[in-house]
Design a protein around this ligand. Sequence first.
Ligand code: PLP
Length: 392
Amino acid sequence: MTTKEYISMADEAILHTYNRYQIVLEKGDGVYLYDTDGNKYLDFASGIAVFAFGYNNKEYNDALKEQIDKIIHTSNLYYNVPASKAAEKLVKIAGMDKVFFTNSGTEAIEGAIKTARKYAYNKDGKNDHEIIAMNHSFHGRSMGALSVTGNKAYQEAFKPLIGGVKFAEFNDLESVKALVNEKTCAIIMEPVQGEGGIYPATEEFIKGVRKICDDNDILLIFDEIQCGMGRTGKMFAHEHYGVKPDVMTVAKALGCGFPVGAFLTNEKAATLVPGDHGTTYGGNPLATAAVLKVLEMFESQNILENVNEVSAYFDEKLDELTNKCDSVKAHRGKGFMQGLELTVPVAEVVKKAMAKGLIVISAGGNVLRFVPPLIITKENVDEAISILEEIL
Ligand SMILES: *Cc1c(COP(=O)(O)O)cnc(C)c1O
């Protein structure tokens, strides 16, 4: 079959919720992807911040294959070996107390929202609790996660959303303070806003939000689905600021390609009990075997060291590009979560880059987003920069 035929088959049968680029990706190797026409691409998107260790990683693939031959699924009515091991490791690495595994990021957010509401309910028995979320945030597409996502275009057709959600301005502490009252049960934010346009929180803001939560017995939820798992050079982005959440969501690179997410809580926020929450698939042996292997590889491969070293170089090169090119208005980011705000349409740049063999993606506010595999080298950075320089 030809590429055209694969595309028309998909367009016939798959609900048109994405405007896809006109390539069919067939295989990957390391930091490179290959399409059905044999074109090779340097991947600076990693399936939207997912494939931290690159494609076709033998150690990872072998771990999954081994688990497939043992047992893939058991349900959560029983214990299973990979879930026990992955949970112990993840809780420890995250510095949290409990974990609940989900199948996606949006489901992790649902669990975090339920956790917060239950926390407040346990205190006063009321059903009118409020959550403060941030404008330009992104937390997912299911109804609860969409309700705390600060993007009106995503919400409009699907109202009514869950009630009691108020939006503050990211990095504006006064706007948060103005919304706090006795009904507030949680504040939810990304330490580095991803889809909203790569905006890192300021230290003053994130510390201020933590203090508001402490002073008012409100749970602080950090959505680390995109910025977590080593992407910013620390295992979790909030570690840069020296503040801890009460609840944290992770997904994307948690399974490095296997669909899995999680929400983690500290002891006081471990509010959900039997009957409150559940999932058929969540944390099944295959998913948690992936998580376990990923966490092991973070340690054995010293991946954070690579992120810090190579991202400093990447950062410098992006600064140079910003100074050199009129089409680049601003450069923001942390580690391997970088964005260039453009004065020219970002979609055109993404397409041109693809034609030259570089895969990049966009983010809100006309931002070119870079979330490469965490294993990229300085040579990979040079390759990407030279393509970008030609285009920009
Ligand atoms: C991707 C993302 C989500 C949603 O995760 P899905 O797995 O797509 O449901 C939530 N929050 C953030 C910050 C994300 O980047």
